[in-house]
Design a protein around this ligand. Sequence first.
Ligand SMILES: NC(=O)C1=CN([C@@H]2O[C@H](COP(=O)(O)OP(=O)(O)OC[C@H]3O[C@@H](n4cnc5c(N)ncnc54)[C@H](O)[C@@H]3O)[C@@H](O)[C@H]2O)[C@@H](O)CC1
Ligand SMILES: Nc1ncnc2c1ncn2[C@@H]1O[C@H](COP(=O)(O)OP(=O)(O)O)[C@@H](O)[C@H]1O
Ligand SMILES: [K+]
Length: 498
Amino acid sequence: MRTAYSPDQIRTAESALMAGLPAGTLMQRAAAGLAVVCARLLTGAHGRVYGSRVTVLTGSGDNGGDALYAGARLARRGARVVAVLAGSRTHEAGLAALRAAGGRTVAFTEEESLGLVGDADLVLDGLVGIGGGGALREPYATLAKATADTPALVVAVDVPSGVDSGTGCVEGPAVKAHVTVTFGAYKTALFVDPGATRAGMVELVDIGLRPHLPEPEVVAPADGDVAALLPRPSAESDKYRRGVVGIVAGSDTYTGAAVLSAGGAVRAGAGMVRFASSAEPVRLVRARWPEVVTTILDTTSEVSLDAIGRVQAWVVGPGMGTGPEAHALARAVLAADVPVLVDADGLSVVAADRALLRRKAPTLITPHAGELSRLLGVPRERIEARRLEHVRRAADELGVTVLLKGSTTLIAETGRPVRAITTGTPWLATGGTGDVLSGIAGAFLAGGLSGYDAASCAAHVHGLAARVAARGGVPGSGEAPIAALDVADALPEALRTL
Ligand SMILES: NC(=O)C1=CN([C@@H]2O[C@H](COP(=O)(O)OP(=O)(O)OC[C@H]3O[C@@H](n4cnc5c(N)ncnc54)[C@H](O)[C@@H]3O)[C@@H](O)[C@H]2O)[C@@H](O)CC1
Ligand SMILES: Nc1ncnc2c1ncn2[C@@H]1O[C@H](COP(=O)(O)OP(=O)(O)O)[C@@H](O)[C@H]1O
Ligand SMILES: [K+]
């Protein structure tokens, strides 16, 4: 499990560690690690460090100090290093070290500075780190914008400047890094979008902080963590003991969601999938997934789920519509005493009647930002800008486990660290992939995982399956667009890698 911390948590741990060390030790450790990563990147891209052009964007705090010391180390290896001094002051010892190593410094002027960013092989972003707050002021904002256009490798020091290290929020221009070298521990922003996307690949440099770190705010499970949680059959298993998932999805208008959700559940390894809906989705699910046991629901009379058979967990919502019949169905499912996952149209129904979520058995909801917007009465853009805050708020206010979909997926449950899932690929941004996710998570719920674990494992393997599908199963080949059903079909191969 990779663990991430707020700036306050990092500062407290740093103070405890620094108390037993000579002044400046941590910055030297940080700068040494940073220089090693930069040297490796330069060698990879240009064959050598010697003669390469490095531009150091230097802010007024210790983040600038780290960057200057790393620049000095690269200058000693023959790199041509120029530091753009953008702050009202500059870390003095770092500046002296860079100059002593043969590096140059220039005061910020727009034309020269942008030229240095555009002409570099590597740009080191040492404008602000965990001391940053609010939108970047000038001239930092201009420099941050320029990192988007340069052909150079962009390496962010600790966090990309312009990204709030504690929340992942981006309020104005921000550095777009290929690699972020972070010190001591991951910062929350490195797992949470929009910040996470700005960070690129993240490299952690150990500076000895680990023994001083508290409980993390956010955690990102690794493949091994997910593999350890996944339900696996044993010799004693039969289809019922492995877990039966019931899916109530689709309508005569929206039939595809039903096929996709059922497919996610079948391919994720449910013991059995029961599916109930109106005649047309039932016909299509049977045609695509003959292993699913189906029931045609008569929605003209009072809804009863008894005819469908026993299940260990329900999925309700994808493509079911939002009218009175859908409402009655959602009410019936949520009255059951087993875990329920509510997705898509089911979320619109509960947004209009939040009392439906007051139940004893566990509930997992899987909204994207638009659906969460309706549930919380908060504009979608605000949720997208402040994803961590809103996923936590939803879990607290609604008393359920919340999986918030997006380029990185967040899972919140009151009293637990938020889990961030970063396995996905932008190819997942296509219609119907969320329906597949609901089936996967439903299968894991039925297999006995808690809502928190089922959601984490489902989002993780969903992302892996999308990558497998986009690659077409041929390692080393390029990627291609995927359809939602490809994600379901790639699940076995993704699960085999765990
Ligand atoms: N504390 C420690 O023990 C260590 C800290 N390290 C480095 O120190 C950094 C933190 O250093 P600082 O606390 O000096 O803070 P930073 O260097 O991150 O930023 C503070 C400076 O940025 C300015 N600033 C803040 N927000 C701004 C904005 N929106 N626009 C323009 N300027 C803005 C502030 O006025 C202040 O001068 C870490 O991110 C890390 O890089 C590392 O050297 C490892 C050890
Ligand atoms: N840019 C992206 N990068 C990675 N994953 C993404 C991206 N955009 C969307 N996703 C994922 O794709 C899925 C889309 O689900 P959803 O929005 O419910 O679509 P639909 O309703 O069409 O099924 C979610 O799992 C989400 O996390
Ligand atoms: K930075």
